[in-house]
Design a protein around this ligand. Structure first.
Ligand code: UGA
Length: 435
C-alpha cells in the first residue's frame, strides 16, 4: 500500500476513529478539530470517547509520529486527501444543518497547495457532494462521497472490518484514490455516483429504524395475544432474508444517528416530492411505543395508565441509548425518564457508563438524580425499570435490592434479565412482548 498524507477534519466519534484507524493502516494523518482543549488532550494521548481500542490506536499513532492533532486547518495543506467528519445535526424541519461541512469544504479549498480529494464522510442528503463540487469549481478539489457505517461502541472494529466500503464520485481517479486509502482492509467496495452513496447511508439507517419499530410493535402484539416475542423473533431470525439483527425489542430506538437520519431521509423525500410512508410510520411508531411503556409503568403503579405519579419513586437501570456506549444523546431511556418525571415521579437512575457527571443532561427540576450503584437506584423505589440492555444488570443481587424497595416490581423494557432470577429474589417481573 502507498502510505498517504491524509487530513481528517473533526475529532468526534467518527473523525477520531477514522484518524486513528488510518494511522494504524500506515498513513500519516493530520487530524484537525476547533476544540482546543480536546486537541490538547489528544496530543497527550488522552481520549474522552469510550470506544474499545480507540485510546490504544491513538497512543500508537502518536508514538509512531503518524497521528498529529491540531486546531489549525492549514495543517492539512499538504494532504492529497482530506476527510470531512463533521457533525450534521438536525436543523429546522428535519433537514440536516450542513453549515460546518460547507464552510470547512470552502476553507480546505483555500488552504490546499495542490490537488486534493475532499472526502465527505459526514451523513449528508443527496445533492450535497454535487453542490460542494459546484462551489469548488474545476480547480484542484475533487469531491468524493464515502459514508461511514460505524456503530457506537464498535467503531474501531467496524472501521477495520467493515461490511462494505462505499465510494461515490464523478472522476475515476479521485474514487480510486479513496479506494486505495483502504487498501489493507478486506471488504467489498461499491463504487457509485455521489447521490447514490449519500442516499445509501440514509437508506441503511432508515431501514434499521423500520426494522426496530416493527420489532417493537410486534412485541406489543405478542403481549396482546399471549405470544413470546423471543420465540417469534427467533423464527424470523432463522430466515436469512430477514436476518437476526434489530430484532430485540426495547423502549424505542434512539442515539445520535437513527433519529437524525430518519428525519433527514423524510426531509429529502419531501423535497423530492416522493412518498416514504414506511419510514414516517416507523418514526411515529417509535414515539407511540415509548409512550406506551410510560403508560405500562404508570398503570402498574396507579392502576390507571394515565394516572399521576406524584409520591412515587422509580428506580431506573440504564440511561445510554444502547449498551456499550456512554452516549445519552437522543436516548429513549432519557426520554422515558423525562416523561415519568413530567407525570410527577421522582426518579433515581443508575447506568454503568454514565455516572452523576451526566445528570445535567437529564435533570428535571431536581426530580431526577443519578447514582453510582444499582442498589442505590432501588432505594425506596415503587418499581425498577430497565431501559438499557447492559449485561451486568443480570448479576444484580435482587434479594439485596428487595430490602431497599417499597414495592418489589421490575419492568424490564429490554428483556435483559432472567425472570427466574428476579422472581427468586422476591420481585414480580414484567418483560416486554412476553406472556
Ligand atoms: C447506527 C447504525 O447502526 C450504524 O450502521 C451507523 O453507522 C450509525 O448509526 C451512524 O449513522 O453513524 P448507532 O447509532 O451506533 O449506529 O446505533 P445502533 O446500534 O444502530 O442502535 C440504534 C438504536 O436502535 C439504539 O437505541 C438501539 O438500542 C436500538 N435497537 C437496535 C433496538 O432497540 N433493538 C435492536 O434489535 C437493535
Amino acid at each position: 500500500m502507498t502510505a498517504r498524507r491524509i487530513g481528517v477534519v473533526g475529532a468526534g466519534y467518527v473523525g477520531l476513529t477514522t484518524a486513528a484507524c488510518l494511522a494504524h493502516l500506515g498513513h500519516v494523518v493530520h487530524c484537525v478539530d476547533t476544540a482546543a482543549p480536546r486537541v490538547a488532550r489528544l496530543r497527550r494521548g488522552s481520549v474522552d470517547i469510550e470506544e474499545p481500542r480507540l485510546a490504544q490506536l491513538v497512543s500508537a499513532g502518536l508514538r509512531a509520529g503518524r497521528l498529529l492533532f491540531d486546531t489549525r486547518l492549514d495543517t492539512v495543506a499538504g494532504c492529497g486527501i482530506v476527510v470531512l467528519c463533521l457533525p450534521t445535526p438536525s436543523g429546522r424541519g428535519g433537514a440536516p444543518d450542513l453549515r460546518s461541512v460547507v464552510s470547512v469544504a470552502e476553507a480546505v479549498a483555500h488552504v490546499v497547495t495542490g490537488p486534493v480529494v475532499l472526502v465527505v464522510k459526514s451523513t449528508v442528503p443527496p445533492g450535497t457532494a454535487a453542490a460542494l463540487q459546484r462551489s469548488a469549481g474545476d480547480g484542484p478539489v475533487d469531491v468524493v462521497s464515502n459514508p461511514e457505517f460505524l456503530r457506537e461502541g464498535r467503531s474501531v472494529d467496524d472501521f477495520l472490518r467493515p461490511d462494505r466500503i462505499v465510494v461515490g464520485g464523478r472522476r475515476a481517479e479521485a474514487v480510486a484514490a479513496v479506494v486505495e486509502m483502504y487498501h489493507d482492509i478486506s471488504a467489498p467496495v461499491i463504487r457509485t455516483d455521489w447521490a447514490s452513496a449519500e442516499l445509501a447511508k440514509y437508506a441503511c439507517n432508515g431501514f434499521l429504524a423500520v426494522k426496530a419499530s416493527y420489532t417493537n410493535e410486534l412485541a406489543d402484539l405478542c403481549e396482546a395475544v399471549g405470544a413470546d416475542v423471543r420465540d417469534v423473533t427467533a423464527v424470523m431470525a432463522a430466515d436469512p432474508r430477514i436476518g437476526r439483527h434489530f430484532l430485540a425489542p426495547g423502549p424505542g430506538w434512539g442515539g445520535s444517528c437513527l433519529p437524525k437520519d430518519t428525519r433527514g431521509l423524510l426531509d429529502t423525500a419531501d423535497r423530492a416530492g416522493a412518498v416514504f410512508d414506511t419510514v414516517r410510520a416507523a418514526v411515529e411508531a417509535n414515539a407511540h411505543h415509548r409512550a406506551r411503556l410510560v403508560r405500562v409503568v404508570t398503570e402498574a403503579l396507579t392502576g390507571d395508565p394515565e394516572g399521576e405519579l406524584h409520591g412515587h419513586r422509580i428506580g431506573i437501570l440504564g440511561l445510554t441509548f444502547k449498551a456499550g456506549t456512554d452516549d445519552t444523546r437522543d436516548s429513549p431511556a432519557v426520554a422515558v425518564v423525562q416523561d415519568l418525571c413530567a407525570r410527577g415521579a421522582t426518579v433515581t437512575a443508575y447506568d454503568p457508563a454514565c455516572g452523576s457527571r451526566r445528570a445535567a443532561a437529564v435533570d428535571h427540576d431536581g426530580a431526577f438524580q443519578v447514582v453510582d450503584e444499582p442498589l442505590l437506584a432501588a432505594k425506596s423505589a415503587s418499581v425498577i425499570v430497565v431501559l438499557t440492555e447492559w449485561p451486568e444488570f443480570r448479576t444484580i443481587d435482587w434479594a439485596a435490592a428487595l430490602r431497599e424497595v417499597v414495592r418489589p416490581l421490575v419492568v424490564d423494557a429490554r428483556n435483559v434479565l432472567d425472570p427466574a432470577v428476579v422472581t427468586a429474589g422476591g420481585f414480580s417481573y414484567r418483560g416486554i412482548g412476553r406472556p
